[in-house]
Design a binder for this molecule. Structure first.
Ligand code: COA
Length: 336
């Protein structure tokens, strides 16, 4: 078995910054409510026509990660792409990145696990490195969510939370004879709650033809739906569970963590998790204030920013954890 090492990190967000106050132009909301309930102050949204798509933003983040790894796109052996907002219904966005980067005809795999997407994607890449099948794998999380939101007051419970952006990392075979590795991955799902956080339409059950020909005008199922309170209550249980499961498997405790990088769902959720695990402020990365919830992109964006700020060094114990639609949840325990 080989060890896995994160050799490069990158992120990309669209230029346009949408402050909470701007949202009051579209819906009945206010800065104080959004800050108090979510911690969010602003988020980045694509501008129609600015060329930012999910795959293109993923490609931009990937270019930075590949360069920082000291590699070229031709050195990449596989792409794992996590998103809930792909450019197309099919094919997936991974193949678009393969083309945009000019990689060889390597495999490209899309992961559909929403807020847990990056944790699942990294766990998947880790298996291919550990078995020796591949040496350098590009793992991307990218989302354009703003264009699919209901920006009227009806959709305010969701629209104020989500942001656009991309993050990427290169996971390489550790050939440096050091301790860097992904120590464990723990992944879970509970499909009985699929409809508590979902975008039902269009899909196989309600295909586009039905939408065009016979969809009732007052059925808004083509917008995302979230049972906010219900999701919140599950998130604050599953986050600590997934983190403790990973730590215990490695005989570690929350005090051993140098940096916890949770999926940026809601600042209140992260604060709750921090308190539950008895962790100090400097042990947890929060940047939802600036980006909102960018779903599969939130962990690689936060990880990249933490690394750029010097908050992660080689040998540190870094823990990633996520919870989201599915429901799905999980953790990666990393010796960086
Ligand atoms: N601006 C102003 N008021 C708003 C609002 C907004 N954007 N959105 C909702 N409200 C109102 C509601 O209409 C409600 O009013 P009422 O009491 O008159 O009916 C009130 O605020 C409280 O709404 P509620 O939904 O109970 O608020 P909340 O405290 O649960 O916060 C979320 C809502 C969405 C922020 C919270 O439930 C949450 O963060 N859930 C988890 C989200 C998440 O993590 N999702 C991603 C998956 S990980």
């Amino acid at each position: 078995m080989y060890k896995s090492k994160i050799t490069g990190l990158g992120m990309y967000v669209p230029e346009r910054i949408v402050k909470n106050d701007e949202l009051t132009q579209y819906m009945d909301t206010n800065d104080a409510w959004i800050r108090e309930r979510t911690g969010i102050e602003e988020r980045h949204w694509v501008n129609p026509g600015d060329g930012n798509t999910t795959s293109k933003m993923g490609t931009e983040a990937a270019k930075i990660a590949i360069e920082r790894a000291g590699l070229t796109p031709q050195d990449i052996d596989m792409i794992v792409f996590a998103t809930l907002s792909p450019d197309y219904y099919f094919p997936g966005s991974g193949v678009l990145v393969q083309e945009q980067l000019g990689c060889n005809t390597i495999p490209a795999l899309d992961v559909r696990n929403q807020c847990s997407g990056f944790v699942y994607a990294l766990a998947t890449a880790d298996q291919f490195i550990k078995t020796g099948m591949y040496k350098n794998i590009l793992v991307i999380g990218s989302e354009v969510q703003s264009t699919g939101l209901d920006l009227s007051t009806r959709g305010r419970g969701i629209a104020v939370i989500f942001g656009d952006g991309a993050g990427a990392l290169v996971l390489s075979r550790n050939e440096d004879n050091d301790d860097s590795d992904i120590l464990s991955n723990h992944l879970h799902s509970e499909g009985k709650y699929a409809k508590e956080l979902t975008n039902l339409v269009p899909g196989g059950i309600h295909p586009p033809r039905e939408l065009v020909e016979e969809w009732p005008i007052d059925d808004l199922s083509y917008y995302p739906y979230m049972n906010g309170n219900f999701v919140f209550k599950h998130a604050v249980v599953r986050f600590p569970e997934a983190i403790m499961e990973g730590l215990q498997a490695n005989n570690l405790t929350p005090q051993d963590i140098n940096l916890l990088v949770p999926h940026q769902a809601n600042l209140r959720i992260s604060q709750f998790v921090q308190k539950r695990l008895g962790m100090k402020d400097e042990q947890i990365m929060n940047n939802i204030q600036k980006y909102g919830n960018t779903t599969a992109a939130s962990i690689p964006i936060a990880l990249t920013e933490a690394w750029e700020q010097g908050r992660i060094k080689r040998g540190d114990l870094v823990v990633l954890a996520a919870f989201g639609s599915g429901f799905t949840w999980g953790s990666n325990i990393i010796r960086f």
